[in-house]
Design a protein around this ligand. Structure first.
Ligand code: ADP
Ligand code: MG
Length: 381
């Protein structure tokens, strides 16, 4: 066998998934379709996040790319090479998976060096030392994996995936066991290394902040399919459907029932008032209206702009901005304690403060007022 020369950085490769399916079958159980037709084209050197709720098929997708899971149908290409039927070792991907084998009898140092030696790499010692330094595991190098905490194991697994500068890197929830401070530092380091060496990367996460901070583009998954693939800005500002609108964004998007107003271009929200919208949905259509807290604008009394009347419930001051929870006029009273049909969260600029009980008017730019089919959640453009 000839090992590839191991001089970093190597030319980045594209990664392509074509109509990828995975149906799990087990004796005595109904077949379960975990991945239902995924198409994805990742550019050379790009970092893509697979983001979605637990159980949506992220890990299954990643394992099929790595070759750790058989493909039911569809294709995986690395560069222009079809690797769908190749064993993991011949795909030239680096993987960092939860619980992915660290060799128990070897020290952390030997675990990191192992893959490099197998590839007859030069400078094994310095490379191991360098990656250890960057992932804050230098003081763990002489320990065995069994003695490590879950957060330490996770950093070692990440280091092992990164140390050989793989052309394609697959990471499954790589930071999930780290505490907040370390997570931020390791996240930043991961991004710096990825930029430096240009590995084409897919990182799986259920944490949108992680996806936003790491990824060039993100694929939002649900129920075994990709609902939307785009830059964080595209996904945030132009959600493909209600699921994506609701899953991405913190605090969550405000959703309330409404009816497209006569003549279109505006939507009436019960007795609260109207908002302008760029949607061309027909007048009279019953819709669900989505407006992000960040896109709510406070409108002065006496302004001619269409707006919703509301009353401030609570106001949270969070330094750079504030969050007001307001009750819309003329709506069903929200359920006690939680969000309800007539409750909006409004983000206000730093310095602005709103008093509980104060009346406010909420407006928005038309392109920020998203309309959805109340039944299917489909976006009405
Ligand atoms: N080996 C398996 N056999 C049967 N079902 C599985 C298996 N692995 C995962 N699943 C199911 O497939 C779905 C997707 O799982 P997974 O890809 O792990 O989701 P995620 O990583 O997004 O949380 C889940 O419903 C899970 O229970
Ligand atoms: Mg998973």
């Amino acid at each position: 066998m000839t090992a590839a020369p191991d001089t970093a950085p190597r030319a980045a490769r594209s990664l392509t998934l074509r109509n990828l399916h995975k149906t799990y079958t087990a004796r005595g159980r109904e077949p379960f379709a975990a991945v239902r037709g995924i198409d994805l084209a990742v550019e050379p050197g790009e970092m893509v996040a697979l983001l979605g709720p637990s159980g949506c098929g992220k890990t299954t997708t990643l394992r099929m790319i790595a070759g750790l899971e058989t493909v039911t149908s569809g294709e995986v290409l690395i560069g222009d090479r079809a690797v769908t039927d190749l064993p993991p070792g011949r795909r030239d991907v680096g993987v960092g998976f939860e619980g992915y084998a660290l060799y128990p009898p070897l020290s952390v140092r030997e675990n990191l060096a192992y893959g490099l030696r197998a590839r007859r790499a030069r400078d094994v010692g310095p490379r191991v030392a360098a990656i250890a330094e960057r992932l804050e595991i230098t003081d763990l190098l002489d320990l065995r994996p069994a003695g490590l905490s879950s957060g330490q194991k996770q950093r070692v697994a990440l280091a092992r995936a990164l140390v050989r500068n793989p052309p394609v890197l697959l990471l499954d929830e790589p930071l999930s066991h780290l505490d907040a401070g370390q997570r931020q530092r390791v996240r930043r380091e991961l991004k710096v290394l990825q930029r430096e060496f240009g590995y084409t990367t897919i990182v799986v996460t259920h944490d949108q902040l992680e996806a936003l901070s790491l990824a060039d583009r993100m694929a939002v998954m649900d129920g075994g399919v990709i609902r939307q693939f785009g830059t964080p800005d595209e996904v945030f500002d132009d959600p493909a459907d209600r699921f994506v609108a609701d899953f991405v964004g913190e605090p969550s998007i405000n959703l309330v029932g409404g009816t497209v107003a006569d003549g279109g271009g505006a939507v009436r929200i019960g007795g609260a008032g109207t908002l302008p919208t760029a949607s061309r949905a027909r007048a009279g259509t019953r819709v669900q209206v989505g407006l992000r807290p960040q896109d709510c604008e406070l409108v002065g009394r006496g302004s001619a702009r269409p707006a919703l009347s509301a009353t401030v419930g609570v106001f949270e001051y969070l330094m750079e901005f504030g969050l007001a929870t307001v009750d819309l006029a003329g709506q069903d009273p929200p359920e006690a304690g939680g969000g309800g049909p007539g409750r909006f969260v409004v983000q206000t600029p730093g310095g602005a403060s709103l008093d509980p009980g104060a009346p406010v008017l909420i407006g928005a730019r038309p392109e920020h007022v998203h309309l959805f089919d109340p039944g299917t959640g489909e976006r009405l453009r």
